[in-house]
Design a protein around this ligand. Structure first.
Ligand SMILES: [Zn+2]
Length: 163
């Protein structure tokens, strides 16, 4: 393959790739194809089935027991397909509150958080979401590293090696 930036030659390797472009800082795609240009250092990552990937990530986010971070709130809103204004109407708060949640100026309350989790579960096909999951949410606000790897036509969560 040829680099679109400089026309140099790309080499292709399977790598574990930090997928910060999705808006979440803790996601690693395991064993995905990354094309790197030796000449200019530019790279591109090949992400198959990206809609399915985002669905799997959303399901993983609402399953975790730590509280939603500002990045996760924004990610889930986008995954639900809401603008800030529409999301505000659904959750029953002002649009200003949504933006304060998403820029970290205000912490989302636990009832609103549970509502958002249930919205995600109900609008995305989720295989199994025991309601007890909502009772296991702690006050912790630091999500654990989240690894996902392509499998067949979909993506599956995959334990990451400790860094
Ligand atoms: Zn290049």
């Amino acid at each position: 393959m040829t680099c679109i930036q400089c026309g140099g030659k790309q080499t292709t390797k399977r790598e574990n790739y930090k997928y910060t472009a999705c808006g979440l800082s803790n996601v690693t795609l395991i064993g995905v194809e990354v094309r790197r240009c030796a000449k200019c250092g530019d790279h591109e990552v090949v992400i198959p089935r990206i809609e399915e990937l985002h669905r799997v990530l959303a399901a993983a986010v609402v399953r975790q027991s730590s509280r939603l971070t500002k990045d996760e709130i924004r990610f889930l809103r986008k995954q639900l397909g809401y603008s800030g204004v529409d999301f505000a109407k659904v959750v029953g708060v002002s649009a200003e509150t949504i933006s304060r949640w998403e820029n970290g100026k205000e912490k989302m309350g636990s009832s609103a958080e549970k509502l958002v989790r249930m919205l995600v579960v109900h609008t995305q096909p989720t295989r199994h979401y025991p309601i007890e999951t909502l009772a296991t949410i702690t006050e912790e606000r630091s999500p654990k590293p989240l690894g996902v790897r392509p499998k067949g036509n979909s993506w599956v969560q995959h334990e990451l090696e400790a860094a």
